[in-house]
Design a protein around this ligand. Structure first.
Ligand SMILES: C[S@@+](CC[C@H](N)C(=O)[O-])C[C@H]1O[C@@H](n2cnc3c(N)ncnc32)[C@H](O)[C@@H]1O
Length: 177
């Protein structure tokens, strides 16, 4: 398994997607697609047995990485591509979510660049796009990437922290209230 997350972090993504059963899910930071993306996609695929047909839109700025991910899925996980369980985008995540195409997403993972201002802008925009009960997960919660949003993840700003994983870089699960 190629990816940049610890097992406990991938497990949290997988169990949360089973819990939320999103029809529309978003991910910032595909990298090679074999870490977080695969765990989220697998859970969305399994949710189909419960009658929920969801799609993950996974965004990656590096066109070579996203092409490799697409090729790997086409070779090994064709059903996830053919049934639109996952759609890969070689696009800036923030630019993509600024229009309203992704309004109503009920699950989102932020695992993009090491840039606290970027994470802050995504965090604010997801608040506008997500309704009550939706889940936002931030990877690298303990790092500089999340230093602005750490102080804003509270009910006054429309979010409740439901879980923090004490992994090496940390992961935080927030619910929109
Ligand atoms: C930490 S890695 C993601 C790891 C992946 N989630 C995993 O589990 O293996 C962060 C990724 O975000 C990508 N990235 C950086 N800026 C981005 C942007 N503006 N929009 C989308 N992806 C971006 C980087 O190219 C990099 O591949």
């Amino acid at each position: 398994m190629i990816g940049q997350m610890e097992h406990a972090e991938r497990l949290l993504l997988y169990t949360t997607v089973h819990e939320v059963k999103p029809k529309l899910a978003l991910e910032c930071g595909t990298w090679q697609g074999m870490g977080s993306t695969l765990f989220i996609s697998q859970a969305i695929w399994e949710n189909r047995a419960d009658g929920v047909k969801g799609t993950l839109h996974s965004f990656e700025l590096d066109a070579d990485l996203i092409e490799n991910a697409f090729k790997a899925y086409s070779a090994s996980f064709q059903e996830l591509i053919h049934d639109s369980v996952v759609k890969f985008h070689d696009t800036d995540f923030l630019g993509a979510i600024l229009n309203d195409d992704y309004k109503g997403a009920t699950f989102c993972l932020l695992d993009g660049p090491d840039d606290s201002a970027f994470t802050f802008k995504c965090f604010n925009r997801m608040k506008e796009l997500m309704s009550t009960g939706s889940v936002l997960i931030l990877h690298d919660w303990n790092s500089q990437k999340c230093e602005i949003v750490r102080s804003l993840a509270n009910p006054d700003n429309g979010w409740e922290i439901v879980q923090i994983l004490d992994t090496k870089t940390g992961m935080c699960k927030l619910v929109r209230i």
